[in-house]
Design a protein around this ligand. Structure first.
Ligand code: NAD
Ligand code: UFG
Length: 340
């Protein structure tokens, strides 16, 4: 059984991916420093899969701690989710973001080279397309100018990994550019569990729906879109997780050192449509008001999904209603999130 090291595997996307990997016959090892997740996730994963995964509480920037993982296990491939991801926070503490995101990836890449582990899937983001609105974004769309340090770390790490692969042609690296991951596992046992007041739309709506927050502010209703609010390509986290399994499988087949894929649905949903879909899922009104635009937001962002379909065989299965239903189930079953 091939073994995948999942860094950041205790987090939102990582935990869902651990389930998909396990369901597809992979052995999983998780490394996470718990900076943005709770240990309870491991109990939940055990409930869902019936398996207790090997877990290392380790910081990916700590070379000695990470070396131990490579020494103790026969690792076939790595999925690197570990990183800090809050756009607003990255503007306030940029050095922490550059330090954590860049050093963690470089440390893991060095160890992969040392231990001859050749397959890597990296969590990139649609944010690398910058402020362009030339939609749909294809993998060939020019990379743009990012509006925040978080975005730049993804942009820079794509370049770092391309250079790493060029110098080490035995490497097989897949850069997955996620669009907007939302939703939760159908069991309601794991889902997005942000600390404090959420910045992203779905966690915010969930908390308003659940009564923890009073009212959603829709950032801008004067955009050049059908209903005036921004369009995003929301993708169910379970679909996204499956995309990682397909990416790992693809790395066994491809001769390319670096492969880049968008992972989205190819469909734009407006903020107003997202609110309406959530209202349908939870069965009551979501209180919302319209406020000014949020700086740095673009009007429209959605993926061309052709390449992922053609080469990975990836196609999203779930629609916005499924995303809202699963989000609401997770919120209702865990109104305070997970305990430490
Ligand atoms: P998350 O915060 O839920 O998960 C990240 C996990 O990594 C957390 O469990 C955290 O404790 C851990 N971590 C952070 N720094 C670490 C370090 N140095 N060593 C070990 N563990 C560390 O975030 P997520 O939403 O699951 O995102 C996973 C990846 O996908 C991130 O790299 C993120 O930037 C990227 N991404 C996320 C989104 C999104 O909207 N969620 C969109 C595009 C890309
Ligand atoms: N929005 C609101 N009110 C809120 C929160 C968000 O109206 O309280 C709107 C935003 O203005 C935007 C849409 O909802 O139009 C989606 O916003 P999110 O913050 O949920 O997501 P973004 O598209 O801004 O960004 C997300 C991640 C980035 C990532 C990007 C592409 O936060 O890290 O998707 O993957 F780069």
């Amino acid at each position: 059984m091939a073994t995948v090291l999942v860094t950041g595997g205790n987090g939102y996307i990582g935990s869902h991916t651990v389930i998909s990997l396990s369901e597809n016959g992979y052995d999983v090892i998780i490394a996470d420093n718990l900076i943005n997740s709770k240990m309870e996730v491991q109990n939940r994963l055990e409930k869902i899969t019936g398996k207790r995964f090997k877990f290392y509480k380790a910081d990916c920037c700590d070379e000695a701690a990470m070396r131990r993982i490579f020494e103790e296990n026969s690792i076939d491939s790595v999925i690197h989710f570990a990183g800090l991801k809050a756009v607003g926070e990255s503007v306030k503490i940029p050095l922490d973001y550059y330090q954590n995101n860049i050093v963690s990836m470089i440390t893991v890449a060095r160890l992969m080279k040392e231990f001859d582990v050749r397959k890597l899937v990296f969590s990139s983001s649609a944010t690398v397309y910058g402020m362009s609105e030339d939609v749909p974004f294809t993998e060939e769309s020019p990379l743009g100018v990012c509006t925040n340090p978080y975005g730049w770390t993804k942009w820079m790490l794509e370049q770092v990994l391309k250079d790493f692969a060029k110098a080490n042609p035995e490497m097989k690296i897949c850069l997955l550019r996620y669009f907007n991951p939302v939703g939760a596992h159908e069991s309601g046992l794991i889902g997005e569990d942000p600390r404090g007041i959420p910045n992203n739309l779905f966690p915010y709506i969930s908390k308003v729906a659940g009564g923890t927050l009073d009212c959603l502010t829709v950032f801008g209703d004067d955009y050049d879109t059908p209903d005036g609010t921004c369009l995003r390509d929301y993708i169910h986290v379970v679909d996204l997780a499956d995309g990682h399994v397909k990416a790992i499988d693809y790395l066994d087949k491809t001769d390319d050192c670096v492969s880049v894929f968008n992972i989205g649905t190819g469909k734009g949903t407006s903020v107003k449509e997202a609110v309406a879909a959530f209202e349908k899922a939870c069965g009551h009104e979501i209180k919302h008001v319209f406020g000014p635009r949020r700086p740095g937001d673009i009007a429209v962002c959605y993926a061309s999904t052709d390449k992922a379909y053609r080469l990975l065989g990836f196609k999203a299965r779930y629609n916005i209603d499924d995303m809202c239903t699963s989000c609401w189930k997770w919120q209702s079953m865990n109104p305070e999130g997970l305990s430490d």
